[in-house]
Design a protein around this ligand. Structure first.
Ligand code: BEZ
Length: 266
């Protein structure tokens, strides 16, 4: 069992009981794209690096190949169990980005596709600042303003039309200005920040969008009967097909916020 070494963990993160093998099979693009962030991190041998929201640990493993000492944290016990089983030489812990602490400081924090799950961004930034050495760096990429807006609007509209339910996905997609200001308020200097489109191919052809929503947006269907859920998904597909379905594949309208920031030397 994954051991939670952070007993004060609070429930502010969007909770997901991830199916890790499904995640790795059908949504491998998450860590595939995350590899593009590693050159910005430039991990060095001997550095102490935190992978925040490490999922099943593939990127933590790649960072560790540089000779850095990597620790991975994730709020999902199933992910941490999978990461420990696959990479027993790396330390992984169940921990919430809004409430973690280690008895040592990090040279760098790396985070791919995780911070949009964290509802209390300010607390997460405070904890990241506290966990870094002076001069330490944060290299992060996650969903930014407008991320998957076509999908979320279609699901919201369909859920309202067919079930009179208001969808709350619980995601946090900030603008550059919002997140950079938050970092600056908590002692970071933002060296670069970019918001860019990254249309993302979803696997499984015609079922791609349905599968993506089922994996990442399941919480909005809580209490909805299975047949009604299928109708909502079908309606959401109808609403988005012209924009997102091309050449037999669905493309999610991802917008990434990519940030490099340093903890200010005092
Ligand atoms: C993202 O990586 O942008 C994302 C993934 C799942 C749900 C929402 C956003």
């Amino acid at each position: 069992m994954g051991q939670n070494i952070f007993p004060e963990r609070q429930n502010g993160m969007v909770e997901n009981a991830w199916n890790t093998s499904l995640y790795d099979q059908k949504h491998a693009f998450v860590s595939e794209y995350g590899k593009g962030l590693l050159p910005l991190l430039e991990p060095q041998s001997g550095e102490v690096i935190l992978d925040l929201g490490c999922g099943s640990g593939h990127l933590a493993h790649m960072i560790a190949q540089s000779g850095a000492r990597v620790t991975g944290i994730d709020s999902a016990t199933s992910m941490i169990e999978a990461a420990r089983a696959t990479y027993p030489d790396i330390e992984f812990f169940v921990a919430d980005a809004q409430n973690f602490a280690f008895p040592f400081s990090f040279d760098a924090i790396f985070s791919n596709a995780a911070l949009h799950w964290v509802r209390d961004a300010e607390r997460a930034v405070q904890h990241m600042a506290a966990a870094l050495k002076l001069g330490g760096r944060l290299v992060a990429e996650f969903g930014g303003k407008g991320n998957v807006a076509t999908i979320t609007m279609a699901v919201e509209q369909s859920l309202w039309e067919l079930a009179h339910v208001r969808a709350d996905f619980g995601w946090y997609f900030p603008s550059i200005g919002t997140y950079a200001s938050l970092l600056e308020q908590h002692g970071f200097i933002v060296r670069s920040a970019a918001l860019f489109d990254r249309p993302t191919l979803l696997s499984e052809g015609d079922a791609g969008l349905r599968n993506w929503i089922a994996m990442f947006g399941e919480r909005v269907f809580t209490g909805i009967a299975p047949e009604l859920k299928q109708q909502v998904l079908k309606r959401a597909e109808e609403l988005t097909r012209t924009q997102l379905f091309k050449g037999g594949h669905w493309f999610a309208d991802y917008k990434r916020l990519r940030i490099v920031a340093y903890k200010e030397e005092q």
